[in-house]
Design a binder for this molecule. Structure first.
Ligand code: URA
Length: 208
C-alpha cells in the first residue's frame, strides 16, 4: 500500500489556519496555497532518486549527489494550477502537463475536457496536484489519464484531504503516494470537505 502523509509541520499548520479563514482575501489565499504546495513538495521529494557525481569546488574535487530523474508536474484544472508555482520554485526544471476535469454538480463525477502531458512521461517522476481530495473522483480520473499515457511513478499532492477521497484514491491507485497538508473529518451532502476551506478554485481565482 502507498503512503498517506499528512504534514504536522508548524509552518504548514499556521498557513492552514489562514487558508481556512473565510476572511482571507484572494491574493493572500493564492500566495499561501503556493507556499503550502512548496513545503509539501519538499516533503514529497524526500525519497527522489539521486546519483553520485563529482564537482570542482574552488578548493578541490567533491563527491556530490544530484537528482537524475526528470520531473513532471500535472495540475488538475483548474484549482490544481494554484499549486504549480510553489512546486516550480523548488523544481524549476520540471515539465508541466495539465488535465482538464470538472466535477458534474449533479453526479459529482469527473468529466474530462482537456489533457496535455509531457512527452516521455513514462520515465518521469510525476506529481499530480489538486488542492482538495474530497470524493476522490477527480484525483482517480486524473491519475487514470496520467497512467494511460504511461506514467509509472506518481505522487498525488493536495492541500486538504477527506477520508472518502483517500479511501477512493488508495483503492483505485494503491501504488500512488498521497501527500496532504491537513486531513479533515468528512464531506457534507454537496461533496465539500468539512470544516474544509470552501471552494478552492473560487478562492484561488477570485470567482466568487
Ligand atoms: N472542492 C473544493 O474546492 N472544496 C471542497 O471542499 C471539495 C471539493
Amino acid at each position: 500500500m502507498s503512503e498517506f502523509f499528512v504534514s504536522n509541520h508548524p509552518l504548514i499548520q499556521n498557513k492552514m489556519a489562514l487558508l481556512r479563514n473565510k476572511n482571507t482575501c484572494t491574493k493572500e489565499f493564492k500566495e499561501i496555497i503556493s507556499e503550502v504546495a512548496m513545503l509539501l513538495c519538499y516533503e514529497a521529494t524526500r525519497n527522489i532518486e539521486l546519483v553520485p557525481a563529482k564537482v570542482e569546488t574552488p578548493i578541490a574535487e567533491a563527491d556530490v549527489n544530484v537528482v537524475n530523474k526528470d520531473v513532471a508536474i500535472v495540475p488538475i484544472l483548474r484549482a490544481g494550477m494554484g499549486m504549480l508555482d510553489g512546486l516550480l520554485t523548488l523544481i524549476p526544471t520540471a515539465k508541466v502537463g495539465v488535465i482538464g476535469l470538472y466535477r458534474d454538480p449533479e453526479t459529482l463525477k469527473p468529466v474530462e475536457y482537456y489533457c496535455k502531458l509531457p512527452k516521455d512521461i513514462e520515465n518521469m517522476e510525476v506529481f499530480v496536484t489538486d488542492p482538495m481530495l474530497a470524493t476522490g473522483g477527480t484525483a482517480v480520473a486524473g491519475i487514470d489519464f496520467v497512467k494511460a499515457k504511461g506514467a509509472k511513478k506518481i505522487t498525488f499532492l493536495c492541500i486538504l484531504a477527506a477520508p472518502e477521497g483517500v479511501k477512493a484514491l488508495q483503492a483505485a491507485h494503491p501504488d500512488v503516494d498521497i501527500y496532504a497538508a491537513a486531513y479533515d473529518s468528512h464531506l457534507n451532502d454537496h461533496g465539500y470537505i468539512v470544516p474544509g476551506l470552501g471552494d478552492a478554485g473560487d478562492r484561488i481565482f477570485g470567482t466568487k
